[in-house]
Design a protein. Structure first.
Length: 185
């Protein structure tokens, strides 16, 4: 009899988590086509996080870790899924066009836009939650962290831009060029 009750409660808990997961996924699916709104919400979350850090004057380690994580996400967003520097064999996978007369191939990102948004949103919420606990408020001299982050950002972006120039790809092209139809008389 005790075994039936524990199985029943485990089953109901499992059903509850399954239903919660399905509701969460439905909410994410509804957000998917609204790119601009998603990014505005993510920007507001980051702004609220930074405002909280500014007003409370603490949690600089959390802010630094969040900044480094967002930088890594941004680099993955800018990088092609198949890195041309590592693609030594011409027969493996798609290639990026290197001449203007080659066929247009869309840029496939290592980190797709939706996953990029989702990771930024989730990490910002987690970072905000961390600011409610004093254990994460480690005393540091924050100007050093800011200078280190700026230096790291500049070095990383310089390397990424050099990679983009060397392998001739632009991660922000969206559409295949369309030519207008010429009417003949």
């Amino acid at each position: 009899m005790m075994n039936e009750e524990s199985t029943s409660s485990t089953n109901s808990v499992s059903k509850c988590f399954t239903r919660l997961s399905q509701t969460y996924q439905t909410l994410l699916d509804k957000w998917t086509p609204h790119t601009k709104v998603r990014w505005v919400v993510a920007g507001l979350l980051v702004f609220c996080f930074l405002l909280r850090i500014f007003l409370k004057q603490g949690w600089y380690i959390v802010t630094y870790a969040l900044g480094i994580y967002h930088l890594n996400l941004f680099i993955a967003f800018l990088t092609p899924k198949i890195d041309p520097a590592l693609d030594l064999d011409d027969d493996q996978g798609p290639e990026l066009p290197t001449r203007s007369n080659e066929e247009f191939r869309p840029f496939i990102r290592r980190l797709p836009e939706f996953k990029f948004w989702y990771a930024i949103t989730k990490s910002t919420i987690i970072g905000t939650i961390c600011t409610f606990f004093d254990v994460f408020n480690v005393p540091v001299f924050w100007p050093i962290l800011v200078m280190y982050f700026i230096t790291l950002f500049c070095i990383t972006m310089k390397r990424q831009i050099k990679h983009m120039i060397k392998y001739k790809y632009l991660p922000f092209t969206h559409n295949k060029p369309r030519y207008q139809r010429v009417e003949t008389k």
